[in-house]
Write a protein that binds this ligand. Structure first.
Ligand code: NAD
Ligand code: UDP
Length: 334
């Protein structure tokens, strides 16, 4: 089965390519490298000893995308490509709406033209906004709090309409919780440009003295230690969830939605303390005011993905923290 992975040079996409190749799928990657590097493709090939066909093109470029579909019969698409920085999306909403929506519309049009009916889409737990209850189930009300999240929700709506209009379509929307960690080879990991927004990349910068101190946003939340609680999932577990989703879409038409999380909530202090312990390093930290738009707690009910996809995350936060650090160690000492 030939799978087109859009955004396959990125953090989650690259780990998913490895799992696809290890499970016998053939892989084509389309990425414009706006947030990734060419050598990621070589590293995927090195880990798997398999070949990846790579096209450095923008997904919004319909003619170039058509050429990709003309060359090979693509059975399914996993659509990761898009911008993902919440803060930047607030400052530059048009950039986010243009890229995330245009790329998806172009992809859907070309898939229709070439009768490719199977799609897995990367959505996010951000579509649940401020959940009224925990853990979060897939049928909870959806509401977004920033333009990035709104692009995800709008794409979910577009996909719902497409699946209603074309009964051949088979779509799975995966709502990711907080992916961290890295491939245990140390070859693939997260490489954010500039000052990171997310917790783990920020901890790593502090661990390597590239930033002086970790600001912990709030210690007065109604959580066990006052700091924010999230459902961190190892990126390799998350990648494996895509294989389960592919197995499902090829057996069923229509659209369905699944949380990909572990079901466990960990606080910022849990993560920092575990990181220090497993890596034997000290993280300089201080408490500062809450970050605008943050919620106290967010974690998944992973039951539906377990029951219907057979997906269960395996790795705990120790391995997530160890692998994330290992990736930077391996790539700094080179
Ligand atoms: P990433 O930025 O590492 O990967 C996205 C890739 O898409 C990058 O390689 C980038 O170069 C590429 N890209 C962007 N726009 C493109 C375009 N127009 N044409 C071609 N390529 C393009 O991000 P990631 O963390 O791997 O996230 C993958 C997907 O998962 C995104 O859609 C993101 O919104 C979603 N997601 C991520 C998280 C997270 O915390 N990382 C959480 C929930 C959902
Ligand atoms: N966080 C923090 N300092 C940082 C970055 C994040 O204290 O420099 C906290 C944040 O308030 C939240 C948790 O870490 O409670 C996860 O934040 P992240 O941005 O990684 O994910 P998201 O908020 O999108 O779930």
């Amino acid at each position: 089965m030939l799978v087109l992975v859009t955004g396959g040079a990125g953090f989650i996409g690259s780990h998913t390519c490895v799992e696809l190749l290890n499970n016998g799928y053939d892989v084509i990657v389309v990425d414009n490298l706006s947030n990734s590097k060419r050598d990621v493709i070589d590293k995927i090939e090195k880990i798997t000893s398999k070949k990846v066909k790579f096209y450095e093109i923008d997904l919004c470029d319909k003619e170039k995308l058509r050429d990709v579909f003309k060359k090979d019969r693509i059975d399914a698409v996993i659509h990761f490509a898009g911008y993902k920085a919440v803060g930047e999306s607030v400052k530059e909403p048009l950039k986010y709406y243009r890229n995330n929506l245009d790329s998806t519309l172009t992809l859907l049009e070309v898939m229709k033209e070439f009768s490719c009916h199977n799609l897995v889409f990367s959505s996010s737990a951000t579509v649940y906004g401020v959940p009224r209850k925990l853990p979060i189930k897939e049928d909870f009300p959806l509401k977004t709090t920033n333009p990035y999240g709104t692009t995800k929700l709008m794409i979910e709506e577009i996909l719902k309409d497409v699946s209603k209009a074309d009964l051949e379509m088979s779509i799975i929307v995966l709502r990711y919780f907080n992916p961290i960690g890295a491939h245990e080879s140390g070859l693939l990991g997260e490489d954010p440009n500039g000052i990171p927004n997310n917790l783990m990349p920020y901890i790593l910068k502090v661990a390597f003295n590239e930033l002086p101190v970790l600001n912990i946003f709030g210690n007065d939340y109604e959580t066990k230690d006052g700091t924010g609680v999230r459902d961190y999932i190892h990126v390799v577990d998350l990648a494996k969830g895509h294989i389960k989703a592919l197995e499902k879409i090829t057996t069923k038409k229509g659209i369905d939605y699944y949380n990909l999380g572990t079901g466990n909530g960990y606080s910022v202090l849990d993560i920092v303390n575990t990181f220090e312990k497993v890596n034997n390093v000290k993280i300089n930290k201080r408490f500062v005011a809450r970050r605008d738009g943050d919620i106290a707690s967010c974690y998944a009910d992973p039951t539906k993905a377990f029951k219907e996809l057979g997906f269960k995350a395996e790795f705990g936060i120790e391995k997530m923290c160890y692998d994330a650090y290992n990736y930077v160690v391996k790539n700094t000492s080179k």
